[in-house]
Ligand binder design. Sequence first.
Ligand SMILES: Nc1ncnc2c1ncn2[C@@H]1O[C@H](COP(=O)(O)OP(=O)(O)OP(=O)(O)O)[C@@H](O)[C@H]1O
Length: 722
Amino acid sequence: MNNEVPRTPTKSKAQVAGDAESRIPSPNATESPKYRKRSSSPKQLPVSASEHQSIISHTKKPKNDVLKATNGDNSYMAHCGVEEQGSESSSHMTAFYKENIRILNDLQDVMFQKKARLDTLKDELMENKNELKAVLLKVETYKEEKHVKSQQLKLKINDAKKLRDEHNTKTKFMVKNHELEGQQLRAKSVAEMNRRENEYRQKIEVLRHSRIKQLQEKREKLREEISGLDFQVSNNKSILQDALKECEQKHKLSKEEALRLHQAELDGLIENSRELSAENDSLRTALDSKLKVAFRAKNEDFERLSFSLQELEQKLKALRSENAKIRNDTETFSRGSIESLAKRDDLKKYISASTSELGEIEEILMKEETMRRKLNNELQELRGNIRVFCRLRPRSNQEANQVSNIQIDDFNDDGGTQQMHIRRDSKSHTFTFDKIFGERDSNKDVFDEIGQLIQSSLDGYNVCIFAFGQTGSGKTYTMLNPKDGIIPSTLNHIFLWVDKLKSLGWSYDISGQFIEIYNENLRDLLKGQDGEYEETSDSARLEIRHDAESSTTHLVNATTCKFASQEMISDVLSRASKMRSTAATKANSRSSRSHSVFIIKLRGYNSKSGEHSVGTLNLVDLAGSERINSSQPEAERLRETQNINKSLSCLGDVVHALGAKDAVKRHIPFRNSKLTYLLQYSLIGDSKTLMFVNVSPSLKNLPETLNSLRFAAKVNSTQMMK
Ligand SMILES: Nc1ncnc2c1ncn2[C@@H]1O[C@H](COP(=O)(O)OP(=O)(O)OP(=O)(O)O)[C@@H](O)[C@H]1O
């Protein structure tokens, strides 16, 4: 679209003059009444734009009229009714006409000047418009830039928010973990208290039952005794009464008989004679004494029987009071039993309420355990599936004065990384890792950092932990130090955790294999172990077999040790390291020239939820990473070094390929070394890998230290693809 202002045609002064000449009629031409009218006020010059316009319109019509007059059209004059006047007035008219023509020409000049000015203004307007356009364009560009910058700012703000959320999630997770542990401890102590309370209650119950039984038995016995005695007493009483009655009867009868006889005799004697009276008296005295003796004897019998009766009555009384006491006791006991029964019912109710509460708590704990597993995995993934930790071993006494210039920065909480700077020949080398342990950090400090990774293997993920570095840099100390190395600490941690998880229904089957890879040959470090180890025949060669369907690896002919108790750990590890050192003496420090791989398989089953988990934890002490030493050109050493270099570079290649963006489509060279082939399924997918790069502080080891750090830094720059 053309936005230009239509331009007024401009003319040069000569053109304007020429035009005016051609347009303006001759001064001799007949004057039109209109021009005459104007002559009456010759000094009235147009000053405004409207007057200017009206002058132009006035001058246009006379132009045609004048032209007609110039061409000798007298009818025009006649038509106008103008009469011929004298030559004086004609010259006057000519002057006037000329004056008007001049004014008109001046006006036309003014008009053209104004037109020219208008054009200039139009040009300026155009220029301004263009400038405005350019300015608008610039404004647009600035706006776009501003938009882009605001988008970038938004992204940065989002990133910052994400980091803050991440931090919050981490904090929440830690807090939750602590709470979880607290709850578990609380639940455990409550369970323990309940168990003890139950035990005591059961014991009290048993004691109470046995005591009641004893008392009941005693009461029964006493009842029997009482009834026996009652029976005896009533029996004796009737016997005594019968005897007494008989005695009295007999006595009465004998008395009556004797009296009757005596009376008869007396009567006979009285009747017979007085002489017999003396005899009668003596006879009577004799009879009296006889009767008295008999009576006394009978009396004594009676008294004896009365006494025994009294005794029996007293005994009966005592037994009765004892019986009453026993009854009282029994009543007290039954009252106690009723109270105990009420208490038992209360306790039963309390126990059933506690059991249901415990069930709920268990359910919550199980859910929290599942949540913890998920969160732990998310946290590990946030930290990266491949992580690299550096560890600087402490200087020995001999190295004290010959140490490298190594400086370790503080841990950067924002980036989650740590840096170290090494000076060599006035050049500074900086390396960044996920964590750096200095000379003063202990194996415990190291284990505290990797505990959650070990947890992942219990949760059913595959985990690989490598120790990499030159000979003497502290790999074996980090991995296998008997007291607190990663391997013994890991096994102890596993046992502790398995014990904790028992209350949530989890049970674990823990088994281990320990092998060595020397010159690309596998060797069983648990071979020949006794006890609960699965033996393999001496001639059997170790073989690696993969099951692609279940993504698992099987080591054919390798001894598998089932860890049934924590006590087995030190025994198995000391035997394995003995086996390794036996080989070392044979093959000249072979331990530093071979890779050792400790494979722990953790199969978990939850009887309450039916969940299964299978995790493999590979703890690898890699062979020394130093380059070929020209001072040791023996063929055997060369072969060893070549094999080590090949397998280490293959490990680097595999990790690198796994970290590539197109890793899923890419060929991963697992088969290029026995080590990577063995660990194939523990390096892909959800697996987690941690590499320790162990370095020495010694100045003489500096070139190897830098090599190791470069290798590790390359691994650290990798982020595993899923
Ligand atoms: N963090 C540490 N604290 C104390 N001593 C250590 C530490 N790291 C290593 N050492 C000591 O340094 C020496 C060498 O360590 P170590 O044998 O573990 O090295 P290495 O890298 O495994 O060597 P090789 O490859 O020969 O097995 C040992 O005497 C060990 O006790």
